[in-house]
Design a protein around this ligand. Structure first.
Ligand SMILES: Cc1cc2nc3c(=O)[nH]c(=O)nc-3n(C[C@H](O)[C@H](O)[C@H](O)COP(=O)(O)O)c2cc1C
Length: 222
């Protein structure tokens, strides 16, 4: 496929056929993803490919509390889990509920979960002294994760990047065999898509780009 087409059509795929994802596919995808950049070229990404049903179920359980809160905040009209404005929902009460979050079914339905660890001992977290949520560390691992999804799309596969497992990171680290300094950056559900989206809903360039300094969008003269 043309690069531009891959970039325009790599959507968040959460519905998969029963067709398994081969070892060859997974190795070929990682073979391309590894060319992603990372700070100082330290290459902190680690991948555990999970096919075992019980392990998938345990990872889904790790994701449930934070996803339950996400959905409640969303329903309350908030930007879920944002670190700028306080939440009006009772996070603790919602976290501790026990009903399963059906919207996470894809974590068990996907033929394989690619669990991406980020070795924090290798990452230059240049914003660690700032009084805001850390952002820079992720820049050494998410280009890898996105490369992986682009490579998957190019092979006719589809997937979705999820981060909800991080809500119970220490449990997930234990499940996956990651040491405590290896953060669980993402769990990517991967498989053969049941359908292919070709028109993704995205903001136009005019919402995203300003020249020289950020400010309101310039109105055309006349
Ligand atoms: C950092 C990040 C976290 C995400 N977490 C989840 C998640 O927990 N569950 C989920 O279903 N999708 C998750 N997604 C997928 C987004 O919802 C998806 O990329 C977005 O809605 C655009 O979807 P589209 O490409 O199909 O238009 C995540 C995506 C990113 C980049």
């Amino acid at each position: 496929m043309e690069l531009a087409e891959v970039m325009r059509t790599t959507f968040a795929c959460r519905e998969f056929t029963d067709q398994p994802v081969s070892d060859t596919d997974i190795e070929a995808i990682i073979e391309l993803a590894r060319f992603a950049p990372s700070g100082g070229n330290r290459q902190p990404a680690r991948v555990v490919a999970v096919r075992d049903e019980a392990t998938k179920h345990s990872l889904r359980q790790c994701a449930e509390p934070s996803m339950r809160v996400y959905l409640a905040q969303s329903a309350a009209g908030e930007n879920p889990w944002n670190s700028v404005y306080p939440s009006m929902v009772d996070i603790e009460a919602i976290w501790n509920r026990s009903e399963p979050v059906t919207s996470l079914d894809y974590l068990e339905a996907a033929p394989v979960l690619l669990c991406i660890g980020a070795d924090l001992s290798l990452i230059a977290s240049l914003d660690r002294m700032l009084d805001r949520v850390g952002l820079i560390s992720g820049a050494s691992v998410y280009p890898f994760a996105w490369n992986l999804l682009l490579a998957a799309r190019d092979r006719g596969l589809g997937g979705v990047l999820t981060t909800a497992v991080a809500g119970q990171e220490s449990v997930a680290q234990e499940i996956l065999g990651f040491e405590p300094h290896v953060a669980v950056a993402a769990v990517i559900a991967l498989g053969h898509p049941t359908r292919q989206l070709t028109k993704l809903r995205r903001a136009p360039v005019s919402d995203i780009l300003r020249w020289e300094r950020w400010g309101p969008e310039e109105q055309p003269e006349g």
